[in-house]
Design a protein around this ligand. Structure first.
Ligand code: G16
Length: 545
């Protein structure tokens, strides 16, 4: 096995977005494209040399080829030990756990998350640091800078690793351990939740559930944990087989893309509980019979009920954090518990420092992400198990738990409108137009609502004092409602404008209205304020969640 140095030249645009570098598969398949990015990781992350690297992905098209490329390059660059999920598979939270468990120096996640997969769809690569979490902006920026000046990369002469058999082998000087992707993660879940209690619920004749793996990575994890360990009836996990193109679907657990699952919850015979996860297993959607739990509410309810769950009974709840566009429901819970509540920019990487410093125990985002200090990624199945444990303890329906929560804390009605594949220049101009108006907005009255504040969100990390600017436009009204505008950092086509809308209702008798009708006035204000139709040519959003 010979180490070879291959000449290369930089590619434009290898700056990671909200969560790693996501591009069309065809772009990644260009000679040297993936290699340049991987070499830039090794060139800038010195502890990996002589250290341990964890590698795995969500099984999407190009996962295996990329795994082989990374292993050859890791060996050629002097990594001492690589831990790889069997078949090149690892869910994102499981990979985070493995980094922490083995005190690895980092990990590489191969995923474009909820984006579709296949030869004409998306692929992605993300570097996680030794804490198990997505690399901070300073790290991703250093990797990006390196991609702009790279002139060669190191690899091994064409050699393939057997990814399918569990065991240890050597590749040049590097030890490769192929491990079962599920075992360690399942063991971690068992330390947090009352499996006996959940088992009784799942085996009861009065309870029915479905989990939709959307032909993505959690099929493997959910089948083992829910059906084999917890005894849920066979068939509880649907779309369980991970496929390179996710069966042609969009592995995004929301009301639009998980419609098959949603229909199973509807009507008198609808299942009592349903949940779905995304491509790489870090997102979750929670449903009850005829009931959808918004991710923002789910976070608030998890925090409010943590004392009922074994893994969190034992620890003090340090604080919570939510991304800025996530509803303020959790703020109210934090207020009542007397704990800190941090508002961070969109992107799980912003929770890392707070978790590492013990400032927060739970965190979450409106984008179907919830997690805790057990790993440094959001964790789809963890959220599902949390809810199952809660249902088992409370012996109430999902709807009752949520509605009781609203009665106690008030309800934050919430919706998000996405305008996808918008012309990039038009989207940038729209944001700039809003920025230009910010100073004039406070005090203005629009359609009967008074604007209290308007700003361009900036975040100063309380742990390392790093500052992140331009993280979205926030417009807050005197009645507690908000409109947020942001451009997505995960799309691969044009720009995606996200408009997040939230309205607070304290009165229980007004908490049962349809979200669309409560939000309608704010949708109208949001469109007018940003001149969405004029600037983007779109008179309606592509996706409403
Ligand atoms: C990623 C990030 C999340 C973020 C989401 C949406 O999730 O990890 O923190 O909320 O993207 O980001 P954006 O609004 O910029 O598209 P995932 O599940 O795609 O890795």
């Amino acid at each position: 096995m010979q180490i070879v140095k291959i000449d290369s030249t930089p590619f434009n645009g290898q700056r990671p977005g909200t969560s790693g570098l996501r591009r069309k598969v065809k772009i990644f398949q260009q000679p040297h494209y993936l290699e340049n990015f991987v070499q830039s990781i090794f060139d800038t992350q010195q502890p990996l040399i002589g250290g341990t690297l964890v590698v795995g992905g969500d099984g999407r098209y190009y996962n295996r080829e990329a795994t082989q490329t990374i292993l050859r390059m890791a060996a050629a660059n002097g990594v001492a030990r690589a831990i790889v999920g069997q078949g090149g598979l690892l869910s994102t939270p499981a990979l985070s756990h493995l980094i922490r468990k083995h005190q690895a120096q980092g990990g590489i996640v191969l995923s474009a998350s909820h984006n579709p997969g296949g030869p004409n769809e998306d692929f992605g690569i993300k570097f996680n640091t030794a804490n198990g979490g997505p690399a901070a902006e300073t790290v991703t920026e250093a990797i990006y800078q390196r991609t702009t000046e790279i002139s060669d990369y190191k690899t091994l002469d064409n050699i393939e690793t057997d990814l399918d058999h569990i065991g240890t082998s050597r590749l040049s000087g590097m030890q490769i351990e192929i491990i079962d992707p599920v075992t360690d993660y399942a063991a971690l879940m068992q330390t947090l939740f009352d499996f006996d209690c959940i088992r009784r619920l799942l085996r009861s004749n009065h309870f029915s559930m479905r989990f939709d793996a959307m032909h993505a990575i959690t099929g493997v994890y959910a089948t083992h944990i829910l059906e084999e360990v917890l005894g849920a009836p066979a068939g509880t996990v649907i779309n369980r087989r991970p496929l390179p193109d996710f069966g042609g679907g969009h592995p995004d657990p929301n009301l639009v893309h998980a419609h098959e699952l949603v229909s199973m919850t509807q009507g008198h015979n609808g299942v009592d509980f349903a949940a779905a996860s995304d491509g790489d297993g870090d997102r979750n959607m929670i449903l009850g019979q005829n009931f959808f739990v918004t991710p923002s509410d789910s976070l608030a309810i998890i925090v409010a009920n943590a004392h009922l769950i074994p893994g969190y009974q034992k620890q003090k709840i340090d604080g919570v954090a939510r991304s800025m566009p996530t509803s303020q429901a959790v703020d109210r819970v934090a207020g009542k518990l007397g704990i800190d509540c941090f508002e961070t920019p969109t992107g799980w990487k912003f929770f890392g420092n707070l978790l590492d410093a013990g400032r927060i125990t739970f965190c979450g985002e409106e984008s179907f992400g919830t997690g805790s200090n057990h790993v440094r990624e959001k964790d789809g199945l963890w959220a599902v198990l949390f809810w199952l444990n809660l249902l088992a303890v409370k012996q109430q329906s999902v709807a009752t738990i949520v509605q009781d929560h609203w009665r106690e804390f008030g309800r934050n009605y919430y919706t998000r409108h996405d305008y996808e594949a918008v012309d990039k220049t038009a989207a940038t101009q729209l944001m700039q137009h809003l920025r230009n108006r910010l100073e004039a907005l406070p005090g203005a009255q629009i359609e009967g609502h008074t604007i209290e504040y308007a700003d361009d969100f900036a975040y100063a990390d309380p742990v390392d004092n790093s500052c992140s600017q331009h993280q979205g436009i926030r417009i807050g009204f005197t009645d507690g409602s908000r409109i947020i505008y942001r451009l997505s950092g995960t799309g691969t086509q044009g720009a995606t404008l996200r408009v997040y809308l939230e309205a607070y209702e304290a009165a229980p008798e007004k908490q049962q209205q349809a979200t669309a009708s409560v939000m309608a006035p704010f949708v109208s204000i949001a469109r007018k304020l940003a001149q969405i139709a004029q600037k983007t040519g779109r008179d309606r959003p592509t996706v409403i969640t």
